[in-house]
Write a protein of this length. Structure first.
Length: 232
């Protein structure tokens, strides 16, 4: 791992560790470097403006001040292209438009040299993505999920039956190459999976969702995990 990448990974690890912090010994093991190198890296982060704190003695260590402002994010060309590829390959994913806008913001603050390298590398990554569902439908589903409001959908089932249902959105799930809205169907009085591409119309109502939880959906596949499960 290059030093610039290690510094970024180190700052992210400290930020995620919260008030617990991490000892220099543990950080050294995590990155496969010496304790002296870790302390030199921490000093570099402090000089760059990162809000690093240290706690001496047994149980002490280093961490990132909660709520403090962080220096601008610095990505490598490969990291920037990875984000571009992920967003381009999943135009039908929930909040894909917001993700694309976020990537554009990141590209806008890259230094010219890194941006030029990212542009060149991006030309070597081709994506053949499926066409997304209706933007209006996706936007309504996203708003209903974020605001936890009942959504009224017109749904075409696999056997060709058209129904209108009020659904309490619980989660989005991707399986078998398709995105699904999983929620409590008030028509069937049960948890149901709705393929997003089969939802022909969606309207967010003013009715708040009940107390249905993700646990009611059942056990996810062994390889399924929430998108915030980034590891450490």
């Amino acid at each position: 791992m290059k030093r610039a990448e290690r510094l970024h990974a180190l700052s992210e690890m400290l930020r995620r560790s919260g008030a617990r912090g991490r000892s220099a010994e543990r950080l050294a093991r995590e990155f496969g470097v010496s304790i002296r190198t870790v302390k030199r890296d921490l000093a570099s982060l402090e000089r760059s403006g990162a809000p690093i704190w240290s706690r001496p003695g047994p149980g002490g260590g280093y961490g990132m001040a909660v709520g403090a402002s962080l220096p601008p994010v610095s990505l490598s060309a490969a990291q920037a292209v990875a984000l571009m590829a992920a967003v381009s390959a999943a135009p039908d994913a929930p909040y894909a438009d917001s993700a694309a806008a976020g990537v554009r913001k990141i590209l806008d603050v890259l230094d010219p040299r890194t941006l030029a390298r990212a542009d060149e590398l991006a030309g070597r990554v081709w994506v053949d993505a499926p066409p997304p569902a209706s933007r209006a439908v996706r936007s309504a589903l996203e708003d209903a999920m974020s605001e936890q409001r009942v959504i009224r959908i017109r749904y075409l089932s696999s056997d060709g039956t058209m129904t209108v249902r009020n659904v309490e959105p619980v989660l989005f799930a991707s399986t078998g190459g398709q995105w699904h809205l999983v929620g409590w169907c008030r028509l069937r009085d049960a948890m149901r999976w709705f393929t997003v591409s089969r939802i022909e119309r969606a309207t967010v109502t003013m009715t708040a969702c009940g107390d249905h939880t993700v646990d009611e959906v059942g056990e996810p596949p062994a390889n399924a995990k929430p998108v915030h499960d980034r590891g450490e």
